[in-house]
Design a protein around this ligand. Structure first.
Ligand SMILES: Cc1ncc(C[n+]2csc(CCOP(=O)(O)OP(=O)(O)O)c2C)c(N)n1
Length: 320
C-alpha cells in the first residue's frame, strides 16, 4: 500500500472540493459547454480508495468523475481544458466533464452510461490476470448501477475468473431525483455482491480514514489473488444531480435533509480530528488553501488561454 499521511489525505480532499467549487462558480459564464456532475460531499471515497493504490493500478469512473480523476493523480490543467472544450484537454476538448482520461497515471477513463465502465474494468482486470501482473483495477459507480444488468454480468464474470478488481459503490441514495427505496427492494447492495461470490465490505464513505482502511484490505486481497472485492460506501451528494447549484427548490429532498448531509462533511470532520491531535494543523490548513488557490488560478489560466480544436481536429477519432 502506498502510505499517505493523514494531512495529505486532508489536502487531497480539500483540493478536490476547492476545484469543484471554482468550477461551480464559473459555470454560469457559459464557457464550459458540457454537463457537469459535482462530487462535493463525496470526496473521501475517491481520496481514501486511491490512497490505497499503487501508481500502476488502474481506475475507471462514471459521470461523477472529477474526484476520482484528481485523486488518482490526473493532470488538472488537462481536466480544466477539457471542460472548456480546448485542444489541450485530456480528450482534445471532445468529451467534456464526463469523458476524463489520463493514462499516464492509470486513470483509464470515465463515461456517462450508467454501468458502462464496469465491464471495461473487469476486462482490464482480466488482462492483468492473464499477464500475471500484480496490477489491481478499481471501478467507481453509484447505487443506480444496480438496476443495470451488465453490472451483475460483470460481477459474475469477475467472481468466476477470480479477477483482481475492486468494485466501489458510492451509495448516495439517489439516482437523479429518485431515492433508492423507490427503485430497489430493501436489501443492502453489498450483500448482492457477496451473493455473486466475492468478499464484500460496507463502510462510512464520509470518513476518509475508514475508507482507506477498508480499501487497503480489499486491494491487498485482490492483489494477492483472492479474487474480486466489493465495497459499498454510504455518502451524500450536496449539489444538484447535474450542474453547479443547490437544489432544495426541487422538492425531492428537504432543506433539512441537505443541511444534515452537509453537517457530515468529510473534510471538516477530518480537519477537526487532525486539529485535536495537533493545534498547529489550523496553520497548515491556511497554507494548503493558499497553495490550492494558486494552483487553481494557474489551471484556469492555462485552460482559457488554450486554443479551441479546429473543426477537423474535433471530428478526428470519432467513429460512427
Ligand atoms: C444506461 C443509462 N441509463 C440512464 C442514464 C441517465 N442517468 C445519468 S446519471 C443517472 C443516475 C445515476 O445514479 P447513480 O449511479 O446512483 O450515481 P449518482 O449520480 O448518484 O452519483 C442516470 C439514471 C444513463 N446515463 N445511462
Amino acid at each position: 500500500m502506498q502510505q499517505m499521511q493523514p494531512a495529505r489525505l486532508f489536502k487531497s480532499m480539500l483540493r478536490i472540493r476547492r476545484i469543484e467549487e471554482a468550477l461551480a462558480d464559473r459555470y454560469a459564464e457559459q464557457e464550459m459547454r458540457c454537463p457537469m456532475h459535482l462530487c462535493i460531499g463525496q470526496e473521501a471515497i475517491a481520496v481514501g480508495v486511491c490512497a490505497a493504490l499503487h501508481p500502476t493500478d488502474r481506475v475507471f469512473s462514471n459521470h461523477r468523475a472529477h474526484g476520482h480523476y484528481l485523486a488518482k493523480g490526473g493532470n488538472l490543467n488537462a481536466m480544466l481544458a477539457e471542460l472548456y472544450g480546448r485542444a489541450t484537454g485530456c480528450c482534445g476538448g471532445r468529451g467534456g466533464s464526463m469523458h476524463l482520461i489520463d493514462l499516464d497515471v492509470g486513470f483509464m477513463g470515465s463515461t456517462p452510461i450508467v454501468g458502462g465502465t464496469v465491464p471495461l474494468a473487469v476486462g482490464s482486470a482480466w488482462a492483468s490476470s492473464l499477464k500475471q501482473s500484480d496490477q489491481v483495477t478499481v471501478v467507481f459507480f453509484g447505487d443506480g448501477c444496480f438496476e443495470e444488468g451488465v453490472v451483475h454480468e460483470s460481477l459474475n464474470f469477475a467472481a468466476l475468473h477470480k479477477l483482481p478488481v475492486l468494485f466501489v459503490c458510492e451509495n448516495n441514495d439517489f439516482s437523479v431525483y429518485t431515492r433508492r427505496n423507490e427503485r430497489q427492494p430493501d436489501r443492502p447492495i453489498y450483500r448482492l455482491a457477496e451473493a455473486h461470490g466475492m468478499a464484500a465490505f460496507s463502510g462510512n464513505g464520509n470518513d476518509v480514514e475508514e475508507v482507506l482502511n477498508i480499501s487497503s484490505e480489499a486491494i491487498d486481497n485482490a492483489r494477492l489473488g483472492r479474487g474480486p472485492q466489493f465495497i459499498e460506501f454510504r455518502t451524500y451528494r450536496w449539489r444538484e444531480h447535474c450542474g453547479p447549484n443547490f437544489d432544495d427548490d426541487l422538492n425531492y429532498r428537504s432543506t433539512q435533509e441537505i443541511e444534515s448531509g452537509m453537517g457530515d462533511c468529510p473534510i471538516a470532520s477530518h480537519a477537526a480530528e487532525l486539529t485535536l491531535k495537533d493545534a498547529s494543523f489550523s496553520r497548515d490548513i491556511e497554507k494548503y488553501e493558499d497553495e490550492i488557490r494558486q494552483e487553481i488560478a494557474a489551471a484556469f489560466e492555462f485552460a482559457l488561454s488554450s486554443k479551441k480544436p479546429t473543426s477537423e481536429d474535433a471530428c478526428g477519432k470519432v467513429y460512427a
